[in-house]
Structure formats: C-alpha cells, structure tokens
Ligand binder design. Structure first.
Ligand code: URA
Length: 260
C-alpha cells in the first residue's frame, strides 16, 4: 500500500511509536475497534452444508459385550468372542489374551484380577510368583490345575484377560465391559464353587471391596457359593496373612465335601 506520508514524517512517527514502547507491527492499516463489525457475507449453501449434522452413535462397550456373548455356548466360542472384542484399550497394549488354565470340568473356579507381565508373555493366568504360591496353596488341599480328576482339579481365569499397563488396577469401566464375558465364562464352566482372589475380583463379582472383612465368609454370586480370599500377591507381601488363607482353604474343602 502506498503511503501518503513523506519518508521523514513516516520515520519520525515510527520512532515516536518505538519511544512509546511499540515493539510489533500488527497490521498494515489502522483498525478502528470501536466500529461495528462488518456483516460477513452469507455462506453459499451447498447440499452438504444443508444436511443436518448427525452425531455418530455413541457405543456402549457393555452393550457390545452383552451382544458379543449372546450366542456363545462353548469356551472356544467365548475365547474367540473376547479376542474379537475391540472396545477395551488394554487389548492394544497386551501381547496375549489370557483366557484360562486348568480343567473346565473342575468343581472350583478361581477368579483372579488381571494378567501381570509373566501371564501376558505366556498367555496363561497365574504363572508368575503369585501363581506359584497359588499352586502351592491348592496343593496343600490336594488340588491343582494339572490334576486329572475333576474332584481335584481347579479352573483359573481373571476378571480382565489383558494386562493393564504397569500392572495398574483395572478401571471400573474395564471391569464393567468385561463383566458379560466373565458371567458367560462362569455359566459355561458351571463350577460348584467360586474363589475370588483379592479386592478387584470381589469388586467385579460382588460389587464391593474390603477383602479383609470379606475373606473367609461365604457369599453368593452367579447362583453359586463364593469364597473371597486374600490374593496370593498380597500373601507374598504379608506372609503373616497365610494363616487366614489356610483357614479359607479348609473352609473351601469342607464346602466341597458338603456339596458332593
Ligand atoms: N494376578 C492375578 O490376579 N492374575 C494373574 O493371572 C496373575 C496375577
């Protein structure tokens, strides 16, 4: 834009502004900010612009999970349905889907929390240090995941099939969206008795925490007797609590005899 000022006047004005503290030129031409804004030209209407904006339907992962298990009848189908479920972010960071271990014919179904590093690597629940302790605990009442007879065997799964990052606690929404899979899991295995390992499993199955008070007291869920116990990882940190765990195992043994 050509200036109406001569060079010396323009320079004098500029120096005056610099003296006043002006450091930046914002616009080429002065702008009167007190003036009413000019009307914007009306946008040209195209068919796309006229179309009503339709929000993408919001996906409820719990509803999706319920739909995913609706027709599931076998453990293989359940595993496939879980593997195909894409609404849980944990799946993206996990190496493996950790489904279960032990015998599906077992009378006892153990529900743990979620896979850790070793379980994520091997694709099997309770194979790390806590898992080794779990095996020793059940061996003490002559039961185990490798036992050939259903009377002595156990079946093991977790609330979540994918490892949470840095082994953080599962989030309530993760527990909720995997809930329909867990429920179908229990229905298919149809154990006589369920053991809940630790607070997260109690939260998922009983809807409450407080393992110190819950443990050792028979509850009911999925229409089955349920025994909350200290998680073996807790027992590794607090070996003094093994006394209570032993009492709970004896109570489990007595319940199995009673139901036989
Ligand atoms: N802790 C759990 O709760 N589950 C596992 O599979 C391993 C550790």
């Amino acid at each position: 834009m050509e200036s109406a000022l001569d060079y010396f006047t323009a320079r004098a004005l500029l120096e005056w502004q610099v003296d006043l503290g002006v450091t930046e030129a914002m616009l080429d031409a002065p702008l009167n900010r007190y003036e009413a804004p000019k009307k914007q030209p009306k946008p040209v209407k195209t068919p796309e612009a006229e179309a009503p904006i339709v929000a993408a339907p919001k996906i409820d992962p719990v509803v999706e999970a319920k739909a995913a298990v609706e027709r599931v009848k076998t453990l293989d189908e359940l595993k496939a349905a879980m593997a195909a479920f894409d609404h849980c972010e944990l799946k993206k960071g996990a190496r493996n889907l950790v489904f279960s271990d032990g015998s599906p014919a077992a009378r006892v179904m153990i529900i743990g929390e979620a896979p850790g590093r070793d379980e994520d690597r091997q694709g099997k629940p309770f194979v790390g240090r806590a898992g080794q302790l779990l095996d020793r605990m059940f061996e003490a009442i002559e039961m185990g995941r490798e036992a050939p007879l259903s009377a002595q065997s156990i079946y093991i799964t977790n609330v979540l099939p994918w490892r949470p990052p840095q082994n953080r606690d599962p989030l309530p929404e993760e527990i909720a969206m995997l809930g329909p899979f867990l429920q179908r899991h229990v229905e298919i295995v149809a154990p006589d008795v369920i053991v809940l390992m630790g607070n997260i499993s109690c939260q998922a199955v009983l809807g409450r925490r407080g393992i110190t008070r819950l443990r050792g007291n028979w509850q009911e869920a999925f229409g089955k007797p349920v025994m909350p116990m200290f998680h073996p990882a807790y027992l590794l940190r607090q070996p003094g609590a093994k006394r209570e765990a032993w009492a709970d195992l004896l109570s489990l043994q007595a319940k199995l005899r009673e139901l036989a």
